[in-house]
Every structure is written in C-alpha cells, then in structure tokens.
Design a protein around this ligand. Structure first.
Ligand code: GUN
Length: 289
C-alpha cells in the first residue's frame, strides 16, 4: 500500500516556488495573493491561515481582507473590483462558503479572469472543459500533480468521482477525462453507489461525510483520493474514507490530514506565481522550469 503524501510533495513544490519568487523579485516582480473572507466561518479561517503561512514561506505578498457578516453583495463586489484594478495584486480569491445572503457565483464571476487563481470564473471553467485552462481549480490540479509525482497514470482507468461541486467534483471529472480516464460522476441522487465504486480503479470522494466510504465500497487494489475534511466531536480531523478499514485493501491512498489539503494550497501558490508571470509578460519556463 502506497501513501500519497501531499505534505511531502507540497514541501518539494514549496522549494521550487520559493526559487521562482526569488527570481521574480530580481526583475522587480513580487507575486501577491489577496484572500477575501466574509463572516467568520471557522473552517475557512483554518484554510486561509494555511494559505497565508505558505504564501509567506515562498516569499510572496499576502493580504487577508476580512469583511463583516452583514456585508452586502455590492460591498463585496466593490472590494473585488478594488483588487482587480490594483496592479500590485496578482491573484484574488473569495473564500467559500459565503453567508447565505450572498451569491457565490456572482463573486466568482467578478474576479478579473487574469487574477482568478482559484479557476472558478465561468470563463476559466469553460477553458477547462475545452482542455485549454490557464487557471484550474486548485484541488483537482493538486490531485493530478500528486498522482503524477507517484507515477500513477490514470489513462484507461475506470474513475469514479463522488460529489459534483463546482470546486472539486465537476472539475476533477473533466480533468480526468482530459487525462484519458473513463469517468463516472456519482452524487446524492445516484441509485446504487456501490455498483459504481466496487468496479473503480480510482475513486475521488468529496462529499464531506466522515468515514462514509469503507472497505465494502471498494475492490482490491483501488486508488483512493480523499478530499473530505470532517471534524469529529472529539476534535479529530478525518476524511470521507474510513482509512483504517480500507488501508489493507487499497493500492494507494491519500491520508487526511496531509493528503489533498496541502496540495490545494501548493497549487494556489503556483497559480499566483503564474498569474504574476503572465501579467508582466514573462516566460513561465524561466521561473518555474
Ligand atoms: N472553500 C473550500 N475550498 C475552497 C477553495 O479551494 N477555494 C475557495 N475560494 N474557497 C474554498
């Protein structure tokens, strides 16, 4: 059984990104990431702190804009516009979820296309479908990077994606198709989930349901990518997969924590560096290899 260690892979990437930022600073370019949060969702604050730590570790500028719970759509969009127009800002993300009175899709679509380092803007989502994405959603991009780092080629595999969110399920399904996997997307209305998962060579689960996927759902030798991050009553963080139950049956698995999460943050750093490179008309091969 192989553990797909996202923490270790993201550490290797951090070294590459640190060098890229050093080189960029020599030509007077400092990538800057702006993260906007609205309200005080505790999980979001944990994620944003991780993004801040990693941005500082690679040497880029980072600004965290915290807007109050009562912020209106117009105020949120005015804040996005301010950073769209700011030449020092390379990338902008609005951390989700937003409070219920705000539209996430309008927020996604307000970010300038060239600063959309989360890859959620409809234009960038369209490019992903066309196989020409410049910015991809960071979680799918991180999953494929981790698989490639472990020499796992998904071409020809039967892949099952559980979950169809715009952030993970939909884009990973599309990206897996571009990488020549045969993809089935399952969701809350799927009639017989086990029918699909039991024949899958690769399963990506992103539903936010602690320990839901146990050994009875999988065949011997499958590869399991666990995107879930769930906090149990005792404070412990666990994935959507029952790790102890499946670990002797899988070929490879991502742990939680330390699997997909650190890869998502790493890809955000990469896309912010790429955004800065493109905005200054530079060649990414010179900085990122
Ligand atoms: N909420 C959970 N994951 C993400 C992410 O990758 N980006 C943003 N903006 N919000 C999220």
């Amino acid at each position: 059984m192989e553990i797909l260690d996202g923490r270790q892979r993201s550490q290797e990437l951090t070294e590459l990104y640190t060098q890229a930022v050093e080189k960029l600073k020599k030509v007077s370019v400092t990538p800057k990431l702006v993260v906007i949060t609205v309200g005080e969702d505790p999980a979001s604050f944990v994620y944003v702190r991780q993004k801040k730590r990693r941005a500082e570790a690679v040497g880029m500028d980072f600004e965290w804009v915290t807007l109050g719970d009562e912020t209106s759509q117009e105020e949120l969009e005015a804040t996005i516009d301010k950073f769209n127009d700011d030449s020092k800002t390379s990338g902008i993300i609005v951390q989700f979820p937003l409070p219920n009175h705000l539209s996430e899709s309008r927020a996604m679509d307000r970010i300038a296309i060239e600063k959309d380092v989360d890859g959620f803007h409809y234009y960038n989502a369209g490019l992903l479908v066309a196989g020409k994405a410049e910015f991809k959603p960071c979680t799918p991009k991180g999953i494929l990077n981790l698989l490639e780092a472990h020499d796992i080629d998904v071409a020809g595999m039967d892949a099952v994606v559980i979950g169809r969110s715009q952030i993970v399920g939909m884009p990973i399904a599309i990206d897996l198709i571009h990488h020549n996997a045969t993809v089935t997307v399952c969701h809350s209305r799927t009639k017989d989930l086990k029918f699909h998962t039991q024949r899958a060579d690769l399963i990506v689960v992103a539903i936010g349901n602690a320990h839901m996927l146990d050994a009875s759902y999988i065949k011997e030798g499958t590869i399991l990518i666990d995107v879930g991050i769930n906090r149990l009553d005792d404070g412990k963080l666990v994935g959507d997969v029952d790790y102890e139950d499946v670990k002797d049956k899988v070929k490879a698995i991502t742990p939680v924590p330390g699997g997909v999460g650190p890869m998502t943050v790493a890809m955000l750093m990469e896309q912010t560096i790429l955004a800065a490179i493109r905005q200054h008309g530079l060649d990414s091969r010179e900085f990122l290899g």
